[in-house]
Design a protein around this ligand. Structure first.
Ligand SMILES: NC(=O)c1ccc[n+]([C@@H]2O[C@H](COP(=O)([O-])OP(=O)(O)OC[C@H]3O[C@@H](n4cnc5c(N)ncnc54)[C@H](OP(=O)(O)O)[C@@H]3O)[C@@H](O)[C@H]2O)c1
Length: 306
């Protein structure tokens, strides 16, 4: 078995989490088990999935097929907003556990805040606190929370989230949010780390902007003799963040984790910071709820069919 390729970072409860993992959003179910097994057999140890991706069963199958010991793995899944509220959250968790074929989850995350009914978000978080006390999850996380959401949540609950998983890449560097995380011992985990919806996403074929074709990134890739995705992923980990790029191409999976043998200079890190455009590829957290989500999905289907 190939040894773990990613270093780890210590979360605020002492649990160690790899800084580079594999994502699974929009990973077709027919391919998910093979993709995840391949990633784990090639040095990945962190897997990110979610109830809403509809592939927990296949991701679980990939984990089993990989042959990597459970104790070496770090598995994250997320509670979908339609399962918010205390009792529903416990049921949602049990369902994920069953689909994944596991008996605990390393990091369990609230997928989005529901700002229009924040009390339900808080109740779901309290259920995660109970799962944490019962040792069914090793750490609690949130996702897509703004500073305001975090402050509001932390006022009403006892466990400070270990992680906030947010859209973050060189076109959206989220400086203020990262500062808040640092002050409260919350690790920043980045989704869409290489551009996600702004990159090659099949769900957004007309995306006008290609982070991986940005002139600065292309020039840095030439300088370091790396591919563009490796430059961007290296920028994430050198910033003390966790990144979970997804790919359904084996060659790209291998590139994406092969970023621990070089270091970007301070000037090159700053040049990447300067690409920031505050550009969101995904939805805005303050405007998110079930209805908004369904509208986004319907819009994407129309676009793909067009
Ligand atoms: N918490 C949340 O709300 C949330 C939201 C979105 C995503 N996520 C999580 O974060 C993970 C990553 O985000 P993401 O999948 O949206 O975006 P991403 O990882 O930044 O980008 C994925 C896109 O980049 C392409 N790609 C991957 N490696 C590449 C490489 N080396 N060179 C060129 N293109 C490459 C992929 O295409 P191919 O697959 O065709 O290679 C795919 O189209 C997700 O998979 C999911 O687990 C969380």
């Amino acid at each position: 078995m190939v040894p773990a390729k990613s270093p780890t970072i210590k979360l605020n409860n002492g649990v160690e989490m790899p800084v580079l993992g594999v994502g699974s959003f929009a990973l077709p179910t027919i391919q998910a088990a093979d993709d995840i097994a391949f990633a784990l057999q090639n040095g990945y140890r962190l897997v990110d999935t979610a109830t809403n991706y509809g592939n927990e069963k296949e991701v679980g199958e990939g984990i089993k097929r990989s042959g990597v010991k459970r104790s070496e793995l770090f598995v994250t899944t997320k509670l979908w907003i339609e399962d918010f509220g205390y009792d529903n959250a416990i049921k949602g968790f049990e369902n994920s556990l069953k689909l994944l074929g596991l008996d605990y989850i390393d990091l369990y995350i609230l997928h989005w805040p529901v700002p229009t009914d924040f009390d339900k978000t808080v109740q779901a978080y309290k259920a995660l606190e109970k799962l944490y006390v019962d040792k069914k999850i090793r750490a609690i996380g949130v996702s897509n929370f703004t500073i305001e959401h975090l402050e509001n949540l932390m006022k009403q609950t006892s466990v400070v989230p270990a992680i906030n998983q947010v859209e973050l890449h060189p076109y959206l560097i989220q400086k203020d949010l990262r500062g808040f995380h640092k002050n409260h011992g919350i690790v920043t985990e980045c989704w869409g780390p290489i551009g996600g919806e702004l990159t090659n996403s099949a769900s957004n074929p007309t995306a006008p902007i290609r982070l991986l074709q940005d002139y600065t990134i292309v020039k840095l890739a030439e300088k370091y003799k790396k591919v563009t995705a490796q430059i961007v992923l290296r920028w994430h980990v050198q910033n003390g963040m966790i990144a979970i790029p997804k790919s359904q191409h084996y060659e790209r999976l291998l590139y994406n984790i092969d970023i621990f043998d070089f270091e970007l200079t301070a000037d090159d890190m700053a040049a990447i910071d300067n690409l920031n455009k505050n550009l969101h590829g995904g939805p805005l957290p303050n405007l998110f709820d079930v209805a908004a989500f369904k509208k986004i999905i319907a819009g994407r289907k129309t676009k793909i069919q067009a």
